[in-house]
Design a binder for this molecule. Structure first.
Ligand SMILES: CC(C)(COP(=O)(O)OP(=O)(O)OC[C@H]1O[C@@H](n2cnc3c(N)ncnc32)[C@H](O)[C@@H]1OP(=O)(O)O)[C@@H](O)C(=O)NCCC(=O)NCCS
Length: 401
């Protein structure tokens, strides 16, 4: 089989739903910025070389609906010949889009393609504008439609992940993100126009400001402060706003190529897409998905958990991220703590601090992973996340020499 190479991988900042910089920015515009930023950083690759743009989106409707893959391709001024599609695997949608493009390249069906992700949680609410569960089936099988927060509570209760453990994990996520922001480590970010409307002289004026940082990071977070937060989903529960992923707006994009195309454009790729897998689990504890998907992936390629130099495990909730790390054999805090030099999991923080823009997340984590694999010279990187409905996804990348 041929190789599929990642040449460039970028993201917009992640900004807080409703309270953040992109609350009034249309999702199409976020995606267009990511796509154009990607092509600007891929010097020498003309837009007409891109055969297809596949976009992951968890709630592909309204402003981010129809076929946002094709619409964004046209808005970003790719030629008519560049196609576009939308894919949905909830929180893994962006990674699914990258993996599907990698598979097409490996199969020899395509040479140059983009895998991307998008979600405006400000504009399209989680659950969509009009959720319509099947009435009779849902009465007997409510778990597939269960609130994600309740699945995090189930994981915490069933596997003894205490409030203290979750808050400590959340605190570390914030500390890692604050330090990375301070050091300017998120070099995959493309400055993105953020729209707001200002009332002046009897009418609203559109104001555009460039946003170049993730606006959910709280560097003043303390363990004492986290302890005081009330449970967000169950009155006697342990899952709070401080140990859950933030709801966020953002877009991200990755350019993939065959070896022939890499040579044709004289590029130095970042990494190879080695493999991708998904694994199912119970819907009412969907957060355990990575605990199944990561071991399945590593087994496929004959690797041990400690062979992997860097992990991005989406922090949908601290409870499931901790449990997943425990289950893959990386329970020790040294693997994720902000003050540990041996940390390999979410080294620059995760969704608790940086946000989780659902369908964008898989593409966003890929961009973050590519940056850090390069900076640290990590041979192997794994990206994984849990998925609503009861699944996990995981992908393996290998740094190019
Ligand atoms: C948990 C959740 C309901 C909280 O929503 P929210 O109330 O809008 O959350 P916010 O981030 O605005 O935080 C609310 C308050 O908690 C407090 N807070 C949050 N993080 C804090 C921290 N690190 N330290 C101290 N206080 C904190 C603040 O008082 C904050 O209010 P402020 O923004 O006005 O300062 C929401 O983030 C959520 O649903 N997350 C999970 C999303 C999800 O299910 N995704 C899919 C996963 S599969």
């Amino acid at each position: 089989m041929r190789e599929a190479y990642i040449v460039t991988s970028v993201r917009t900042p992640g900004c807080r739903r409703s309270k953040g910089a992109f609350a009034n920015t249309r999702p199409e515009d976020l995606l267009v910025t990511a796509l154009n930023g990607l092509m600007e950083r891929s010097k020498g690759v003309p837009k007409d070389a891109v055969e297809d743009i596949m976009v992951g989106c968890a709630f592909p409707e309204a402003e981010q609906g129809l076929n946002i893959g094709r619409i964004a391709a046209q808005m970003a001024k790719f030629p008519d010949a560049t196609c576009g599609a939308t894919v949905n695997r909830f929180c893994a949608s962006g990674l699914e889009a990258i993996a599907l493009q990698a598979m097409r390249i490996k199969a020899g069906w395509c040479d140059v393609a983009i895998g991307a992700g998008l979600e405006s949680m400000s504009i399209v609410p989680m659950g969509g504008n009009m959720p319509r569960p099947h009435p009779e089936w849902a009465m007997e099988n409510p778990d597939v439609y269960i609130s994600m927060g309740m699945t995090a509570e189930n994981v915490a209760k069933r596997y003894n992940i205490t409030r203290e453990m979750q808050d400590e994990f959340g605190f570390n996520s914030q500390m890692k993100a604050a330090a990375a922001q301070e050091k300017g480590l998120y070099t995959e970010i493309v400055p993105t126009p953020a729209v707001s409307y200002v009332y002046k002289d009897g009418k609203y004026e559109k104001v555009i400001k460039m946003q170049d940082f993730d606006d959910g990071v709280r560097k003043d977070t303390t363990l004492e402060g986290l302890k005081k937060l009330k449970p967000a989903f169950a009155s006697t529960g342990s899952v709070t706003a401080g140990n859950s992923s933030q709801t966020t707006d953002g877009a991200a994009a990755t350019l993939l190529m065959s070896e022939e195309a890499v040579k044709k454009y004289g590029l130095k790729p970042i990494a190879k897409v080695v493999g991708y897998t998904v694994a199912g689990c119970r819907a009412d504890e969907m957060g355990v998905g990575p605990a199944y998907a990561i071991p399945k992936l590593l087994k496929m390629f004959g690797l041990k958990p400690t062979d992997i130099g860097l992990y991005e495990i989406n922090e949908a909730f601290a409870s499931q991220a901790i449990y997943s790390a425990q289950q893959i054999g990386l329970a020790d805090k040294k693997y994720w703590a902000a003050d540990s030099d041996s940390r390999i999991i979410n080294v620059n923080g995760g969704a608790i601090a940086l946000g989780h823009p659902l369908g964008c997340t898989g593409a966003k984590l890929c961009a973050q992973l590519m940056t850090m694999m390069q900076k640290k010279g990590a041979k192997y990187g794994v990206e994984s996340m849990c998925i609503g409905g009861g699944m996990g996804a995981a992908a393996l990348f290998e740094l190019c020499e």
